[in-house]
Write a protein that binds this ligand. Structure first.
Ligand code: PMT
Length: 232
């Protein structure tokens, strides 16, 4: 039905970790499994959104209705997100990916050797320094767009001072909504099947208590429907 296709809202969700290569055998990454982002994508599809999912390397399946783009690094994720926002009319953006904040300044074409000095007793062989540089902030880029800016939702993953950090990110990155999760708790967060989040927007907040990531995803999406300006 042409009418429902035209009226269909589109949502862009990032998920999973990014991988920042050091050399052909080593990389910097984190524990994100992609489960939270994929749950958001599945639930958004159920709610009738056209779903774009930009995902780092994860081992998860998804429905055919979801358009998935695979990336490895933060730079690749940014370039795919930019392309989608330029070419599709994206109504809602949710940054659920755990993007490596830093990447190595130099990629070594060959495997870095453990010992590069003949003197194995020298301190030089016991330490190595890796110089890192900041990755682009994808969420900040989307939230600060002047044109074609989607309703922008971020996540905040912390092991301490969750509320304070979430409120700072909400304001500093100019987000419409942030979903704060405590990743120090064993039963939730990275790689678990459950999560609990506190939503912060404006000067309001709402708790979504411990539940399956699908249930939490539905709670977040329902909340977005409630607070999103009606013109979007
Ligand atoms: O994947 P799972 O195993 O299911 O775990 C889910 C999760 C814990 C990864 C997820 O719920 C979550 O919290 N995702 C965000 C992780 C994160 O990187 O949080 P942060 O507080 O470091 O970053 C804040 C926000 O900025 C996030 O929306 C992040 O996507 C975004 N960001 C961060 C750095 C960067 N360079 N660019 C970004 O866009």
């Amino acid at each position: 039905n042409l009418n429902s296709v035209c009226l269909k809202k589109s949502i862009l969700i990032t998920a999973g970790p990014t991988i920042e290569p050091i050399d052909p055998v080593r990389y910097i990454s984190n524990h994100s499994s992609g489960k939270m982002g994929f749950a958001l994508a599945e639930m958004a599809s159920k709610l009738g959104y056209k779903v774009f999912l930009v995902s780092g390397p994860v081992n998860l399946k998804h429905s055919n209705s979801i358009e998935r783009i695979n990336i490895t690094t933060a730079d690749e994720m940014l370039s795919e997100v930019k392309k989608l926002i330029q070419c599709q009319k994206i109504d809602v953006f949710i940054g659920c990916a755990a993007i490596a904040d830093f990447k190595p300044v130099n990629y070594h074409e060959q495997k870095i050797k453990k010992i590069n000095s003949a003197d194995q007793t020298s301190k030089k062989t016991e330490e190595m320094t890796l110089t890192l540089t900041k990755n682009p902030d994808i969420l900040r880029y989307v939230a600060n767009l002047d044109i074609q800016r989607p309703f922008t939702v971020g996540f905040c993953a912390e092991t301490q001072n969750l509320e304070e950090n979430a409120k700072l990110k909400l304001i500093n990155k100019k987000l419409d909504l942030i979903c704060a999760n405590d990743v120090s708790k064993k039963e939730q967060g990275f790689n678990s099947d459950q999560n609990s989040v506190t939503l912060y927007w404006g000067n309001k907040q709402k708790e979504l208590d411990l539940a399956s990531k699908e249930k939490i995803a539905m709670g977040i999406l329902n909340h977005i429907q409630e607070i999103i300006p009606k013109k979007i």
